[in-house]
Design a protein around this ligand. Structure first.
Ligand SMILES: [Zn+2]
Length: 97
């Protein structure tokens, strides 16, 4: 008889907090390097959260940064241009009072 050993290791999804079995999880390395495994502990994401993460649209943000010349302006100019552009596209950030 084999010693009974739990094969169903469970992990917690970093994004939604759900618990699920290790085999259902996707490893998530906050440093973006899943190949260097030395001295590291991985965080885990469930499949739905993992696909959310991968398909999250970021093109808009990058387009905005390019548009306002991020890196070519000083910080103050950049920040006000950024806020102005975001407000024009998405409306004001503040809640209406
Ligand atoms: Zn999740």
């Amino acid at each position: 008889m084999w010693p009974s050993r739990s094969r169903t290791e469970t992990v917690i999804c970093t994004a939604c907090g759900d618990q699920f079995t290790r085999s259902m999880a996707r490893e998530y390395d906050k440093y973006g390097d899943r190949w260097d495994r030395k001295d590291k502990t991985f965080e885990y994401l469930c499949k739905p959260c993992h696909s959310d993460l991968c398909h999250h649209p970021r093109t808009d943000l990058e387009a905005i940064l390019v548009e306002i010349g991020a890196g070519d302006t000083d910080e103050e100019t950049f920040l006000s241009a950024y806020l102005e552009t975001v407000e024009k596209r998405y409306g004001r950030l503040e809640e209406e009072s």
